[in-house]
Design a protein around this ligand. Structure first.
Ligand SMILES: C[S@@+](CC[C@H](N)C(=O)[O-])C[C@H]1O[C@@H](n2cnc3c(N)ncnc32)[C@H](O)[C@@H]1O
Length: 289
């Protein structure tokens, strides 16, 4: 595991968490728009991916439709985020309680999570199962049928672990979509959602909506695999509104110079207004300083 910068919190991933291999290239040519005939599924185009979640001794199954474009595939950052959740289940749950102004209100209801740009829905579905959380998985409208298929395929597992997942359209920056979804979330997640530069502004607007205008401190966990230098522009803009901290680095996979990085974003405005509860969500998790 690579050494994080000195002032960054760092979460250990349990290396024994077992996933089926995700065979994807982390090169820019992979980032192609979805195909027009998204929903005409041919049986031979489908791929099933099994995820063994060790913390709950259960498996989830995810359908990919690789020929239909980037929204229908599993991405490396998603696997990292699922592994992180699987390895740090209780710490994440406890930490979210801390964000609740020290109250135990969260003990009496499910944690509510919003996932942005969910694609196949794997991260949200895994989070719902691992944390017994109520998760809203979102994406562009044409992506939702496959995501709903995956939610339905895992319904029994989610129920067994007290979790639930629902599917909703959320096009970044679309005020109507965001208002319809509401702000009743404890945490926001996303994996591999920073890639095309024309999406930086809408994504930042979405983060501002959910993180800066909430009644309480909301944390955004984002797993990201850097592909282009220009992505630094996204982080530069983000740091004007959010405190951005690295909480985990993956080793680069073979042939790559960089590995997946997991960031934690917290609104600066929110921290200034309520400094007494300004605590890092992930602080209790195996921190190395
Ligand atoms: C590279 S994929 C990652 C998918 C998934 N999070 C994962 O890691 O497997 C990027 C996702 O962002 C979604 N996306 C792209 N532009 C979007 C927008 N304007 N609003 C909402 N989602 C968008 C895509 O449809 C796609 O599912």
């Amino acid at each position: 595991m690579s050494t994080p910068p000195n002032n960054h919190h760092h979460i250990d991933i349990n290396p024994s968490t077992i996933f089926e291999p995700v065979v994807l290239q982390d090169v820019p040519s992979e980032i192609q728009e979805d195909s027009a005939e998204s929903q005409q599924v041919q049986p031979q185009e489908q791929q099933q991916q099994m995820y063994n979640l060790q913390s709950i001794n259960s498996t989830i199954v995810i359908r990919q439709l690789p020929s239909q474009g980037l929204s229908f595939k599993l991405w490396p950052a998603a696997t990292t985020l699922v592994t992180l959740l699987d390895s740090n289940q209780s710490c994440i749950t406890n930490s979210i309680s801390v964000v609740f102004n020290g109250s135990d209100a969260i003990q009496h209801r499910r944690i509510r999570i919003l996932e942005l740009g969910s694609g196949t829905g794997v991260v949200g579905i895994a989070a719902a199962a691992i944390l017994g959380a109520s998760v809203t998985v979102t994406d562009l409208p044409h992506v939702l049928p496959n995501m709903q298929f995956n939610v339905d395929a895992n319904a029994k597992t989610l129920k067994l672990h007290g979790g639930a997942a629902e599917v909703a359209a959320l096009s970044w920056g679309d005020t109507q979509n965001m208002e319809a979804i509401g702000r009743e979330f404890d945490m926001i997640m996303g994996s591999d959602i920073v890639y095309h530069d024309h999406l930086y502004e809408p994504l930042l607007e979405t983060l501002k909506f959910f993180l800066l205008k909430s009644e309480k401190k909301i944390v955004f966990l984002m797993a990201h695999l850097k592909r282009w230098k220009k992505e630094s522009a996204f982080f530069k803009k983000a740091k004007k509104h959010f405190d951005v901290e690295i909480i985990h680095n993956d080793e680069p996979s073979s042939g790559s110079r960089v590995g997946v990085v997991v960031y934690q974003f917290v609104g600066k405005v929110w921290c200034k207004i309520k400094p007494e509860v300004d605590r890092s969500l992930t602080r209790p998790i195996n921190v190395r300083v």
